[in-house]
Design a protein. Structure first.
Length: 205
C-alpha cells in the first residue's frame, strides 16, 4: 500500500497522540545516554514522545516512526492536546488504581505529557525528516539499519484489539530492521495482565 493510500484510510480521530518524555524512556528501558551514544536508534511507534527530539539535542542518533506522521504537524499538536485532556479526565476517575510514586499527582502527570508533546511538536517542525510515517507491521527501512529499537506502550498493550498474528508479523519486522537489541515495554495489557502468548511469541525460525 502506498503512503497516499495509507493516508486516505486513516482517521485521526481514532488515533491517540500522547507521548512520554526523554527521561521516562531512560527509566522505562533502564538506559543511559552514555550507553546509547554511537548507536543508531529507532523509536517505533513513537507517537508524541520526546525521545527523538531531546535525544538528538543530546548528541544521540534517533529516528521516530509512527502511523500518525502521515498527518500535519499542526493537526497532530492539536490532537495531542485534546488527547491529553481526555486521557487525564478518564484517569481522574480511576486514579486510586495507580501507584503514585513516579509522578507526584495528576498535575505532575499532565506536565510530563504536555512537555513531551511540546518537545515533539517543535522538533517535528524543525526536523521533519526524523519523523517517518509508517504503518506496522511494515517499516520503510533497510535490513539491520538500526542498532537499537525501542517500542513502548503498543505491542501487548492493545492485545484486546491487535491479534496474535499482528504481533508475530510486527516482531519479525522489528527484528528485520534491528541488528543489536530490541526493547519493548510493557509486557502487559491495559488491564495490567501479562500477554497470554508472550512465551510462544517467537518470530525467529
Amino acid at each position: 500500500m502506498s503512503s497516499v493510500e495509507q493516508f486516505k484510510k486513516l482517521d485521526l480521530e481514532r488515533i491517540v497522540f500522547i507521548g512520554r518524555t526523554f527521561e521516562e524512556y531512560l527509566d522505562m528501558f533502564s538506559l543511559s545516554v552514555e550507553a546509547l551514544k554511537g548507536k543508531k536508534i529507532l523509536d517505533c511507534p513513537a507517537g508524541a514522545c520526546s525521545f527523538t527530539a531531546v535525544g538528538n539535542k543530546t548528541g544521540l542518533d534517533v529516528t521516530a516512526c509512527d502511523i500518525t506522521y502521515y498527518f500535519s504537524d499542526e493537526d497532530l499538536t492539536n490532537k495531542g492536546h485534546l488527547d491529553i485532556g481526555h486521557a487525564l479526565e478518564h484517569m481522574e476517575t480511576v486514579k486510586s488504581n495507580y501507584v503514585w510514586s513516579y509522578f507526584k499527582d495528576m498535575e505532575d502527570l499532565r506536565k510530563h505529557r504536555l512537555n513531551a508533546l511540546d518537545d515533539c511538536s517543535k522538533d517535528m517542525k524543525d526536523s521533519r525528516e526524523r519523523y517517518v510515517p509508517a504503518a506496522l507491521p511494515s517499516l520503510p527501512f533497510e535490513d539491520a539499519e538500526f542498532d537499537i529499537l525501542l517500542s513502548a506502550h503498543f505491542l501487548f498493550t492493545y492485545a484486546d484489539r491487535l491479534d496474535h498474528q499482528f504481533h508475530l508479523e510486527t516482531l519479525k519486522e522489528l527484528l528485520r530492521v534491528t541488528k543489536e537489541e530490541i526493547c519493548i515495554f510493557p509486557l502487559v495489557d491495559l488491564a495490567g495482565k501479562r500477554y497470554k502468548y508472550l512465551e510462544i511469541t517467537c518470530p525467529i525460525s
